[in-house]
Design a binder for this molecule. Structure first.
Ligand code: ATP
Length: 420
């Protein structure tokens, strides 16, 4: 196993990736101060990184680091956009102070609602993490809203979520996911059902607004919103919908000047800021994205350090109510005169449980009334491991022990094959 020490000058970062399937790389901070995506590293404490990790250890004042294990693409970068990211944080902090002052005077003030946009692989999630970490390091309590259904950080792919950030992200596990607010979309790309995606975004915005009104500390801290990397056509329109629904104050556009110019022209009443992407952001292939989604679902059930123990049990098929949201579209000529395309996309279709459910994720709702399905957040997710039609049962993997709550389940297009 290789072992190497690195000395970093102020304002530089050590970048590395971990590739081999079972590879583990252990990092130790030997001297000085350093951070990983805004989380401070504790000196002499070993941090482990596993296969797929793409890491940047940044230092403002210089440091020495030891890496044990086989890393790929390891180098020290002297050019980073971190000063610009820090300046952005300082601007947000000024707005939070203003909000604090307003709230103290009994005004209806609110901290900045910031939305990060840009194409795929420009470091949107990473910038969210940096800004949120810097905010909590200043004793703020911001809300993190992740609308990226493909590669989001809350719950599982196919869902959008919000969490209150009370601690800096753990270096290996990200932000704590205690009591997240999750809405199920059920697909991994928004264009699979744009109508539903926009409805859920509006619903999330409303709930976040209620949270802000009810908690002064959160109100002053504001919100950071991560978005999907689909920035053209309907994707672009969906971004403007997000901006309006959340009454966003600042849009940070990463990397793409065209998108920046379009937004400046189309939404002149919102401040739009352009920031460069970091040269360290790693582009992910389709296979890497699929594998990252699988890992997220695995982590949902088993925890990042395999610290959870999911439950596996049989459920009688005739004891569950399963619905799917959205019916296959009909050609215009076949549509009843009074029916619109949107109606199809939000139509509730009752599913007869069968072998087709195998490997699908099901959202466990909090309602027994189908009418509520479009607007309700979900309690969690289960995976259909196997269906025995003859015995009339399905075996599910669930974070909670049996029985399943007596609520409606929603069928999703998201699939997972449990190999644990
Ligand atoms: P997507 O559109 O797929 O959600 P994104 O724009 O949100 O992507 P990130 O997920 O933030 O991009 O970054 C992609 C990868 O690059 C991540 O694995 C992240 O850890 C890595 N990364 C980000 N910044 C750096 C950096 N400065 N050095 C090394 N790796 C980095």
């Amino acid at each position: 196993m290789s072992e190497r020490d690195y000395t970093l000058e102020p304002d530089s970062e050590l970048r590395f990736e971990v590739e081999g399937k079972k590879e583990v790389v252990v990092l130790n901070l030997l001297k000085g101060k350093a951070e990983i995506f805004g989380t401070e590293i504790t000196p002499e404490k070993p941090y482990s990184f596993h296969s797929g990790a793409k890491v940047a250890v940044f230092t403002w004042h210089g440091c020495s680091i030891k890496l044990k294990g086989n890393t790929e693409g390891t180098y020290i970068a002297k050019e980073t956009p971190m000063v610009m990211y820090l300046n952005t944080h300082a601007c947000l902090e000024r707005l939070r102070k203003q909000a604090d002052e307003g709230l103290a005077k009994g005004e209806e003030a609110r901290g900045p609602v910031t939305m990060i946009v840009g194409p795929t692989d420009v470091g949107k999630s990473t910038l969210c993490r940096i800004l949120l970490n810097y905010a909590v390091r200043m004793q703020r309590r911001p809300l993190f809203v992740d609308l990226d259904i493909g590669q989001g950080a809350i719950a599982i792919p196919g869902s959008i979520g919000a969490v209150l950030v009370e601690r800096a992200a753990s270096i290996d596990e990200g932000f704590s996911q205690e009591a997240p607010l999750v809405y199920n979309f059920g697909h991994i790309a928004p264009n699979s059902n744009m109508t539903l995606y926009n409805i859920l975004v509006s619903r999330m915005a409303q709930t976040v607004q209620e949270k802000i009104v009810s908690n002064r500390k959160v109100a002053a801290s504001g919100v950071v919103i991560n978005t999907c990397g689909w920035v053209k056509d309907d994707g672009y329109r969906s971004l403007t919908h997000v901006a309006q629904s959340f009454e966003v104050d600042i849009i940070i556009v990463l990397d793409q000047e065209r998108l920046y110019n379009e937004l400046v022209q189309d939404i002149p009443f919102i401040k739009v800021v352009f920031l460069p992407k970091s040269g360290g952001v790693v582009e992910r292939t389709r296979a890497m994205r699929i594998s990252a989604r699988d890992d997220r679902i695995r982590d949902y059930f088993y925890g990042i350090k395999t610290k959870y123990h999911p439950h596996s049990f049989d459920v009688r098929l005739n004891s569950v109510q399963i619905y799917k949201i959205g019916a296959p579209a009909l050609p215009d000529s076949c549509m009843p005169a009074d029916m619109k395309m949107d109606d199809h996309m939000t139509k509730l279709v009752k599913i007869d449980p069968s072998g087709k459910l195998q490997h699908h994720m099901l959202a466990v709702t909090l309602t027994t009334d189908p009418e509520d399905l479009l607007a309700t957040n979900v309690a969690g997710f289960i995976c259909v491991v196997d269906v025995d039609e003859e015995a009339g049962t399905m075996k599910v993997l669930s974070p909670q022990p049996k029985p399943l709550p007596d609520t409606i389940l929603i069928l999703t297009e998201v699939q997972y094959m449990d190999s644990n």
